[in-house]
Write a protein of this length. Structure first.
Lengths: 186, 459, 324
């Protein structure tokens, strides 16, 4: 049980670290958009890197920005729940409901999504897919593999929450207390 | 057994309606229910395992490779910066001081802000979250009832989908091959009227029940002209600058509405710096808060897209079409009212995109042949009227429980003291107002058709 | 008697879109009728099953049975697909049809698709597009420099060589961007479609000829395993339905444009024809672009060489057989 909690904590720290780095893409995205607006207005272009690849870069950044936060958002418990009927339940009852949800909804969904995203990215890699605009960005597989990575991180988050809830329900009291989630601080 | 195989799509609905309330993250519930029914479909030989492969391309096209949705992270980021840098709070407090003689002045200011914001983005998630971030804390602090605050913000934020630019009108124009310009023009008056209806409602409610929208004491705020001018300079100039940046970059022909979001973020960062609030701590806080919100918005797409895909792959649209035959109606008005009712009810469960994709192709051909003259002057304008009616109607889809995107976005952004129950109760009067507005647009088609005719788009 | 099969087909064009939409529906109807219902085919609007841009991958993986689109959408997979759809300064209707059907074009296209586990049947052919909508008249080549234009496909590379800054706006943002001057011009489609999309409300100069798209081939793409599962008769039915749609695309496409153009001029649109000076400049730039692409992609070179060889041989007939 102690080991489970340890792994769960380690996963949460990893997710937090990765999310922190990718969060800076907000600033990058603002910069890239402003760059496109301004250079377009004054008619300046980096040769071979005009508006088309820059506009594609924008959605690449946008994609990475949420993909790498999906899992972290789950361990931070910010994904939307309709909890009108369950908000009043005891923490133990809620932990049981969570495990039910994990097994019935989250784990099958994550398995299917991760599997197909891998095929999706692998296809792009084998075919050396690039932008459908001839002067757009090459190497589409890079951003497609980001989706795979993001879903793997989501899988890790699901595993982490599952372990935590198990410790909460079945662990010795001191461990169970430590496994109880911190109040959602979002 | 045969019956089950044919009606899996409906059963999927019923199961979702119940199981959604176990309190597990909505996105996972939607995805998980869809998966289970896909597997059932395989069992009944009406679904193929390979079809699950459509999940990723759908996520890809709807969420990732989607230039227009970049507006979401940008407006969320902008809203968070404004909240954390105190700009929003000062603006709202100043607005309340200025409108203190009007009942519900603060709520009215929020509706007006939402109307202005609607002209800068066509994405509801963007405006609802931004409005919640900047307005809700101040409204609660000033003693406004939670229900009224939430309802005001959700309805004002949803105006963005009706008042141009609007991603929804663009997609509808695409599906029905109607000029985006004509659609945009036709939606302006209904949007403005809707905003007015909200204002009137807030005014009447606040006058009748001051406890829900407490007015400022008559002696609150600046007493002299000098103080008033100082307040205006301090609280109004910065947001005015920001509105100038966003609106100006669109209407000055610098940027598309999506890009204007990015320009607005740069402006908000500048304001935070000007206020002396921009530092590493503030920036990392803002990033974390907005990235979490952004992630949850897009994660709902992950689940919802699988749900609507499986619904359609199991023959859901056929069931919708059969419904019409089963009800046995055929005159133009009957079909029109039926469609409006259906869209409204579908809005409880689906988002606007899926409703458009299901309803428009099924019913548009049926309605194309009916004659609505003399109710509308020229029958060739019928499609335009019909599409905008659907657009007005679909606003409710964002607000109606259990599955309303605007509600989800709010839920993620509100302080813990505001529950889903407050949100559900809060939006009810505004949904009623929306239905009244829809009925008005049906009774008086000129609300929709007058402006495009005035600009000569309909000859 | 053929076994009854259920097939889902997604069109990349809305069923209401002039010419393209009805013709996609026509293919579906013909397949259903000609097969006596043994192919129970269902039409889906663009995006109903997968986003239009993802139809290729979905058909390849078998998630989607069929899609009605155009090879030109898949240049991200291989730029050679452009040659089977449309290329700048490419052939017109008759010559294109001759190359595709008799000059080995369709076969070469099918070989390329086969690498991706897809079977393709040529299923549409439509007349030229317009060159684009411009807010201001373009008087000299100098006017093109710094122009902001929404442009997609290989023609964008041509425009860039002439100093145009090409943008990738999504279809829905084009209208407002053109209205407010965020872009100065846009390439879009042929008169009958452009009319219903309303660009004349915001731009008054409509340029011709559409040098970047003289004719456009569309096709029905089918998952390979699905195609193989059809009986010989069912395959024949699909090919016959597609041939009929090609015929319909050409005849209907030609017949619809004049009325649309007349209506556009009555709404105050100026129809402008590029002077030979412009066309020469576009063609010269295009030759550079084509050479660059051929150097980059062997598949493109193969298709491009085949088309060029056919056109060179064809020229002796084209120059004499037709009134100039
Ligand atoms: Na809007
Ligand atoms: Na709803």
């Amino acid at each position: 049980m102690g080991a489970l909690l340890g792994v769960s904590n380690a996963i949460d720290r990893l997710l937090a670290r990765i999310a922190w780095w990718f969060g800076w893409l907000f600033v990058a995205l603002v910069f890239v958009i402003c760059w496109d607006i301004l250079t377009r207005k004054i008619g300046f272009q980096i040769p071979g890197f005009g508006s088309t690849p820059i506009q594609e870069l924008e959605w690449h950044l946008h994609g990475m920005l949420f993909i790498f936060w999906l899992g972290y958002a789950y361990v931070r418990n910010v994904h939307v729940r309709i909890d009108v009927f369950t908000a009043g339940k005891t923490p133990r009852q809620q932990a049981k409901l969570e495990i039910f949800g994990l097994i019935v909804f989250a784990i099958p969904y994550c398995a299917v999504a991760t599997y197909y995203s891998y095929l999706f990215a692998q296809t792009a890699f084998i075919q050396n897919e690039s932008s459908d605009a001839p002067n757009g960005l090459p190497h589409r597989w890079i951003i497609k593999f980001c989706l795979v990575l993001g879903l793997l991180l989501l899988d890790l988050a699901v595993a982490s929450v599952l372990m935590r809830k198990l410790v909460m329900l079945f662990g010795p009291p001191d461990l169970a207390a430590r496994a109880a989630p911190p109040a959602a601080s979002h | 057994m045969e019956w089950i195989a044919d009606h899996l799509a409906i059963l999927m609905f019923l199961v979702l309606t119940f199981i959604m309330f176990v309190g597990y993250p909505v996105a996972f519930v939607l995805g998980g229910v869809a998966l289970s029914f896909g597997v059932l479909g395989i069992f009944f030989d009406v679904f193929r395992p390979a079809q699950f492969g459509s999940l990723i391309p759908r996520i890809w096209g709807q969420a990732v490779q989607n230039q227009v949705l970049i507006a979401v992270p940008m407006f969320v980021f902008m809203g968070t910066i404004l909240e954390r840098s105190g700009v929003a709070d000062e603006l709202l407090k100043a607005l309340q001081v200025l409108t203190r003689r009007i009942p519900g002045g603060l709520a009215m200011s929020v509706t007006i802000m939402g109307t202005i914001m609607a002209a800068t983005t066509g994405i509801v998630g963007a405006s609802v979250i931004m409005l919640t971030l900047i307005a809700l804390p101040t409204m609660l602090e000033r003693g406004y009832s939670k229900e009224l605050s939430v309802g005001t913000i959700a309805s004002a934020g949803t105006l963005g989908i009706l008042i141009p630019p609007s991603i929804m009108l663009v997609i509808m124009g695409d599906l029905m091959t109607i000029s985006v310009g004509t659609l945009f023009t036709a939606a302006i008056l209904p949007g403005v009227i809707m905003s007015l209806v909200y204002l009137i409602y807030i005014g009447i409610l606040a006058a009748a029940r001051p406890d829900l929208a407490p007015p400022l004491a008559a002696d609150a705020g600046p007493q002299s002209h000098q103080e008033l001018i100082r307040l205006l300079l301090r609280s109004f100039l910065p947001p005015a600058f920001l509105i100038f940046v966003v609106l100006g970059s669109i209407f000055g022909g610098f940027a598309t509405p999506t890009e204007a979001g990015g320009a607005g973020c740069a402006g908000a960062l500048l304001l935070a710096w000007w206020n002396g609030r921009l530092n590493m701590k503030m920036l990392t806080d803002v990033i974390e808060s907005s990235a979490l919100t952004n992630a949850l918005v897009f994660f709902i797409i992950f689940g919802a897209t699988l749900f609507s895909f499986v619904f359609r792959a199991l023959g859901g649209d056929d069931l919708v079409a059969e419904l019409l035959t089963a009800v046995g109606i055929d005159t133009g008005w009957e079909i029109l009212i039926f469609v409006m009712g259906l869209v409204f009810i579908m809005g409880f469960f689906f988002d606007w995109l899926e409703i458009c994709l299901i309803v428009l192709p099924i019913f548009a051909p049926l309605l194309r042949v009916v004659d609505f003259t003399p109710h509308i002057a020229a029958n060739k304008d019928f499609m335009l009227w019909f599409v905008v009616l659907i657009a007005v109607n679909l606003q409710s889809a964002f607000l109606t429980p259990p599955f309303g995107f605007a509600l989800f976005y709010m839920k993620s952004t509100v302080p813990p003291s505001v529950t889903m129950g407050h949100i559900y109760r809060g939006i009810i009067p505004f949904v009623v107002l929306q239905v009244i507005a829809l009925a008005s647009c049906m009774i008086w088609p000129e609300i929709i058709l007058w402006l495009p005719r005035y600009f000569g788009f309909l000859d | 008697q053929d076994k009854k099969v259920r097939v889902q087909m997604q069109s990349n064009f809305a069923s209401t879109l002039a010419l393209l939409g009805p013709n996609a529906n026509f293919t579906v109807d013909q397949i259903r009728k000609l097969s006596n219902g043994s192919i129970d085919i269902k039409f889906f609007e663009p995006g109903a099953l997968v986003p239009p841009g993802q139809a290729f991958d979905s058909v390849a993986s078998g998630a989607l049975d069929m899609a009605w689109a155009t090879p030109g959408y898949w240049t991200g997979k291989d730029i050679a697909f452009a040659v089977f759809s449309t290329v700048p300064f490419g052939p017109g209707l008759g010559e294109y049809l001759a190359w595709m059907k008799q000059g080995g074009g369709e076969k070469m296209m099918q070989d390329l698709y086969a690498k991706y586990n897809i079977h393709s049947v040529m299923c549409h052919l439509i007349p030229p597009e317009a060159s684009g909508w411009f807010r201001k008249e373009i008087k000299t080549l100098e006017d093109l420099k710094g122009l902001k234009m929404r442009f997609f496909g290989l023609g964008a590379n041509v425009m860039q060589k002439l100093g145009v800054s090409t943008q990738l706006l999504q279809a829905g943002e084009i209208f407002q961007a053109l209205q407010l001057g965020t872009i100065d011009a846009t390439e879009f489609s042929m008169p009958v479609m452009d009319l219903s999309l309303g660009f004349h409300q915001v731009a008054k100069y409509y340029y011709f000829p559409g040098w970047h798209q003289q004719a456009t081939v569309g096709d029905l793409i089918i998952n390979k395993a699905k195609w193989d599962s059809f009986s010989p008769h069912q395959k024949l039915v699909i090919e016959a339905a597609c041939d009929q749609t090609v015929l319909r695309g050409m005849s209907l496409g030609e017949s619809l444009q004049p009325k649309a153009l007349a209506e556009l001029t009555s709404k105050g649109v100026n129809l402008v024809t590029w002077t030979p000076e412009f066309l020469k400049a576009f063609e010269k730039a295009w030759e550079e672009v084509a050479a660059e692409q051929a150097a980059k992609s062997p598949e493109f070179k193969k298709a491009w060489d085949s088309l060029n060889k056919f056109r060179k041989e064809y020229a002796i007939w084209k120059d004499r057989g037709y009134l100039q």
